[in-house]
Write a protein that binds this ligand. Structure first.
Ligand SMILES: NC(=O)C1=CN([C@@H]2O[C@H](COP(=O)(O)OP(=O)(O)OC[C@H]3O[C@@H](n4cnc5c(N)ncnc54)[C@H](O)[C@@H]3O)[C@@H](O)[C@H]2O)C=CC1
Ligand SMILES: O=C(O)[C@@H]1CCC=N1
Length: 264
């Protein structure tokens, strides 16, 4: 599998590193700008810590997991040390493969990826797109890396802003819904720990039903909704509050922000 370098081991870098270890990558170097962070993560995942510029030396595969705002600096640091033919996978929201290719030079293949935080428990989903110099073998190696963190789908880069709005930011929408449900449950008199347990297991169970073959959200919702019953009353209140339109507006805002980040 060759050597993997992970540049930036914050929330997402650590989640994908855990996945990479599960997928069998056993020669891993990690770097982070925060003092002591790389050493701590290296110890936890049986990897080696190195400064950013040195971490990529001899690496066949490089995972870039720093915030978009800090990416130009990280790219500048790693470009001189990259091996010819290395594959660089970036998870930075809104940063195009063209921008990365400009900064990294002509000798590497770039793959843009949008993962999500359930990667932490191997239940993530990542959408990947090939840059202009990334052929099938580069996509395959990126897929191997990311498959340890969950499912992987390939999309044209033109859809990256949209998939960021769906699955990249998506877990936050569900946590937001969970917070609202717990608070409302407490408002209805249920103790907070019990309300939290009920909401968490309801989301887990509903997600399990949705993940079954041929599952359709509309049919699943209809199965819960008895004529003249409690669910019908709840859904009518959601519709009166235009929640469906609000979800669409929220996702358009996320896609727009992803696009804005491309211009920065
Ligand atoms: N958190 C999420 O749900 C998702 C995040 N992403 C993307 O993942 C990237 C990382 O996000 P998070 O992990 O949430 O951020 P984070 O802030 O938790 O981690 C970023 C890490 O990069 C380190 N860093 C910054 N500059 C560096 C440099 N030059 N060399 C080495 N390390 C450096 C920071 O010290 C930090 O530990 C972002 O580009 C974000 O767009 C993508 C999908 C989902
Ligand atoms: O909020 C963000 O910008 C990152 C990208 C997708 C999820 N978190």
């Amino acid at each position: 599998m060759g050597r993997l370098a992970v540049i930036g081991v914050g929330v997402m870098g650590e989640a994908l590193l855990a996945g990479a270890r599960r997928a069998g990558f056993d020669d891993v170097v990690v770097a982070d700008a925060a003092p002591g962070r790389a050493e701590q993560v290296a110890q936890q995942y049986d990897a080696t810590a190195a400064p950013t510029a040195e971490a990529v030396e001899g690496a066949d595969l490089v995972l870039l997991a720093v915030k978009p705002q800090y990416l130009p600096e990280a790219v500048q640091q790693i470009a001189p040390g990259l091996s010819a033919g290395a594959v660089v996978v970036s998870v930075a929201a809104g940063v195009t493969t063209a921008t990365l290719e400009d900064g990294l030079g002509p000798n590497v293949a770039v793959v843009r990826a949008m993962p999500n935080t359930p990667a932490l428990i191997g239940e993530g989903v990542t959408a990947i797109s090939a840059g202009s110099r990334a052929g099938d073998s580069a996509l395959e190696v990126a897929e191997k890396l990311l498959a340890g963190a969950g499912e992987v789908v390939t999309v044209p880069e033109s859809l990256q802003d949209a998939v960021t709005a769906i699955s990249g930011s998506g877990p936050a929408y569900l946590f937001y819904l969970a917070e609202a449900m717990v608070d409302a449950g407490v408002g209805l008199g249920v103790p907070r720990p019990t309300a939290t347990q009920l909401v968490a297991q309801t989301l887990r169970g509903a997600a399990g039903l949705l993940a079954q073959d041929d599952a359709h959200p509309t049919l699943l919702r209809e199965r819960v909704t008895s004529p003249g019953g409690t669910t019908a009353a709840a859904i009518a209140a959601l519709d009166a509050g235009a929640v469906r339109a609000d979800v669409a507006a929220a996702m358009r805002a996320a896609a727009r922000r992803s696009q804005e980040l491309s211009g920065q």
